[in-house]
Design a protein around this ligand. Sequence first.
Ligand code: PAF
Length: 286
Amino acid sequence: MAGIPVVERTADLGTWAQEQRCAGRLVGLVPTMGALHDGHLSLVSRAAAECDVVVLTVFVNPLQFGPGEDLAAYPRALEADVEAAARSGASIAFAPPVEEMFPGEVATNVHVAGLSEVLDGRFRPTHFDGVATVVAKLFAIVGAARAYFGEKDFQQLAIVRRMAGDLSFPVEVVGCPVVRARDGLALSSRNAYLTPEERAAAPVLLRALRSGASAVAAGERSPAAVTDLVGSIVEAEPLAALDAADVVDAATLRTPAVLAGELRILVAARFGRARLIDNVGISTPP
Ligand code: PAF
């Protein structure tokens, strides 16, 4: 393995983080499920630039997978992940076995009401509770830190930020821009499921989102007009099966009656085995 320590025990990570703070160091935290790509590594690099030490966590969290989802198939590549994260500036990796994080039945569920049921929560009703619960646990283990999350999972970022505030975790949540391939496809560990044909088709998501954003920039204020446009572009791609196109207020994640202020246009679609999500931000003039 690479030249950074890899710990499996929550107590060891907690002790390490506490020692760092006692030495006056700011701790950066990058939670992941592994199978790292350049999007994850951009979080590690940013954390390394802004903090004194960085912990990368690699844990495929069973709580956030629903029945029939890809928990067993989810890509795992711990050795390569640790090496890549070390090169990007990580100081330590935390890769616990499931029994370490969840030694018994999990009786506590963290639910961020209002933000979790909308958008992807309509399709994955238990997903965001699983995310909020495991991230709360990571925040509790690490303690005071700055934690980095990608905007590709925009709803997740909003939920984690709200959860950290509501539960008074001493953690500053930092959102980081989506990292894309040259053709515009947002990087995702699930892109590994795409066949070459599906991979070639998948950039339709960003094209559709950009068309929606252009419509808003040109003065369109009807949410339905924007989502119909985005959805129709995705549906015109034969290898894509649209799950949803939405335009929401960036803070509340609710669809306003009339588009105004800071907005997020989001899309979710299936390409064969891969369910991909993407989003872009757009604001209307004041
Ligand atoms: O974004 C992810 O990889 C996961 O949802 C997270 C935040 C690591 C929680 O398991």
